[in-house]
Design a binder for this molecule. Structure first.
Ligand code: DAH
Length: 376
């Protein structure tokens, strides 16, 4: 740290050298001043009345100067005092600027904190409690009716192989019956064996086979699920829809069991006054096959627009399990000379359209809350 030296002689050169050393020290110390406290120390060191550098050079340099040199030394001391004051003023300005910068930073920090603050006294955002989607609700209702009759629930994959979706259900390769279910295939499967090729299942019936592979008879199973077909969208068709499939296999299962079971189920779903009837039909995996109709739930059978004035509404396909189907699961204990079974499959969305009197199937899949909240 700089201390004021005694001057050896008072020649202009010696004075000049001493002044230069003082200035170098002054600038060096000034450069380090950044805070209010440092500024105060700095000002005291150079300007304090009793012992500051200015006081010292006045005493030591001017006080000891021979009379002839006093004007010169006095002029130099004054000049240095001015330079010291300017340096102090420079430091003061810098400290003030730094201070302002820090204050700005602090206020930024404050507004940031304020905007991030959590006001726990504000009321919370109310999230409406959802309700079951009408299709899911319908599906659960149908499943519940069969559960009450002792059926258990089966599941299977939505991406299915040709084998389960068609072949094992007695749709031979290239058979025209496959055209009744416009299929969405997974691309790039050409190198696989035909039966291993993947597709989106077109019905829940493949789960019949998967179930029989998993357990020996007797079987009573109800299978809800999503299925896909390459059907263009219209008021009653959607490429994605839902089915509930049923399968019962045991000794001595007859068509009477099928009729009784489905008749009971329809009365449980639509009310005890509803009637059922069975019409001949065809499915590769049932023999005989039937379409089941219910008396119109809107007009009670008198005839109206909904039932196209026939008094009846077609609801599902069913039949006795074809012995050819049991052939595919023979090794799992299904011997068609000893056992028999019935199966049925229904479109859930179609039944929901009827039951909730909805005009367009798309409404079920558009996710419009204004529509859906009517089921809350
Ligand atoms: N899987 C058929 C379809 O999607 C519906 C069906 C008909 C299922 C008869 C059955 C059945 O189990 O026995 O068109």
């Amino acid at each position: 740290m700089y201390t004021v030296p005694k001057l050896a002689d008072y020649s202009p050169e010696a004075l000049e050298k001493a002044a230069h050393e003082l200035r170098t020290a002054l600038e060096g110390e000034a450069a380090k001043v950044e805070t209010e406290a440092q500024l105060k120390d700095f000002r005291n060191r150079w300007r304090a009345r009793r012992s500051g550098v200015v006081t010292q050079i006045t005493k030591v340099w001017l006080g000891n100067a021979p009379p002839g040199r006093k004007p010169n030394v006095g002029f130099r001391v004054n000049l240095l005092a001015t330079e010291i004051d300017e340096e102090i003023e420079g430091c003061r300005r810098r400290v003030a600027a730094l201070d302002q910068l820090q204050a700005y930073d602090r206020s930024q920090e404050k507004t940031k904190l304020a905007s991030e603050r959590l006001d726990i006294t504000l009321p919370g955002v109310r999230r409406p409690i959802g309700v079951k989607h009408p299709v899911l609700r319908m599906m659960d209702e149908i499943v519940a009716v069969f559960k009450a009759m002792g059926y258990s629930i089966g599941k299977g994959p939505e991406v299915e192989t040709d084998y389960y979706n068609f072949e094992s259900l007695n749709f031979p390769p290239n058979h025209p019956a496959r055209d009744t279910q416009d299929t969405l295939f997974i691309a790039g499967q050409e190198r696989k064996a035909a039966r291993d090729r993947l597709m989106l299942r077109t019905h829940t019936s493949p789960v019949q086979i998967r179930t029989m592979e998993q357990q020996p008879p007797p079987v009573r199973i109800i299978i809800p699920g999503k299925v896909h077909r390459n059907d263009p969208l219209d008021a009653t068709h959607s490429p994605v829809f839902h089915q509930v499939e049923g399968l019962a296999v045991d000794t001595n299962i007859t068509f009477c069991d099928l009729k009784g079971t489905l008749d009971h189920a329809m009365k449980a779903l639509f009310g005890s006054s509803v009637k059922t009837r069975f019409y001949p039909s065809f499915f590769p995996f049932t023999e005989p096959s039937a379409d089941m109709q219910v008396s119109c739930i809107f007009c009670g059978g008198k005839g109206c627009r909904k039932c196209k004035f026939s008094g009846w509404i077609e609801l599902l396909g069913c039949g006795m399990v074809d012995p050819n189907v049991f052939e595919f699961v023979k090794q799992y204990g299904y011997d068609s000379s000893k056992i028999s079974g019935f199966a049925f499959g229904m479109g859930v969305d179609r039944i929901a359209l009827l039951k909730y009197e909805v005009e367009e199937i798309q409404l079920f899949f558009q996710g419009d809350v204004r529509f859906l909240e009517q089921f809350a």
